[in-house]
Design a protein. Structure first.
Length: 201
């Protein structure tokens, strides 16, 4: 029996980027259905109270992610001025829903994350989107039209509201029957759990 797992992820999160390959590996190994939920307060139009950046926490985050990236041979480039100056996630987040409708979500996730965190490119540059659509073999005009539609914007808000209702506070978060597993380091535990459930393909 196929097990459904909701995956709440964010293009703003280096941990979501670093987790991507491992998450798709789980899908290849086990009889599971991954329900990808692009999660972003900013993309959903939420006004958040700015929180002070703790230098020690930030330096550890960069140390931790850089170590993981090096161990797994994953390119990682922090955008200049991050996190004080962060790329707007709106278009990328809405684009994930559109890519899912078009049947190219996996390719979209890989390519967009790589451009954003692997190369440090700005996802809101016109050349970024144009090249992305070309690589995905989808029509640029159709994609931009759907990304900017009120329906897609409302869907992004819906994903965010659902996530908050279920207790999502960070990404990546995995939800199995509303049970939360939070963080890149939970993927190994999740794999062992799926093995115990007899879901290996």
């Amino acid at each position: 029996m196929t097990l459904s797992i909701e995956v709440y992820y964010s293009f703003q999160s280096p941990y979501s980027y670093l987790a991507l390959e491992s998450i798709y590996d789980l899908q290849a190994k086990f009889d599971i259905d991954l329900l990808w939920q692009p999660f972003s307060a900013k993309a959903a139009g939420q006004t958040l109270t700015p929180t002070p950046i703790i230098p020690e926490k930030l330096s550890y985050l960069m140390e931790d992610t850089s170590r993981f990236a090096a161990d797994c041979s994953i390119p990682l480039v922090y955008p200049e001025g991050w996190p004080e100056n962060e790329f707007d996630p709106g278009r990328a987040t809405r684009g994930a829903l559109v890519a899912g409708d078009l049947g190219v979500l996996m390719e979209y996730n890989y390519k967009l994350f790589h451009k954003w965190w692997g190369l440090g490119e700005n996802p809101n540059d016109e050349a970024f989107t144009s090249q992305l659509c070309e690589e995905l073999d989808i029509d640029l005009g159709e994609f931009l039209s759907k990304v900017s539609s009120s329906d897609t914007r409302e869907r992004v808000k819906g994903v965010y509201k659902r996530g908050k209702k279920l207790g999502v506070f960070d990404t990546p978060t995995f939800l199995i029957d509303k049970e939360r597993l939070v963080g890149l380091d939970k993927i190994h535990y999740l794999e062992k759990r799926l093995e115990k459930l007899g879901l290996k393909r």
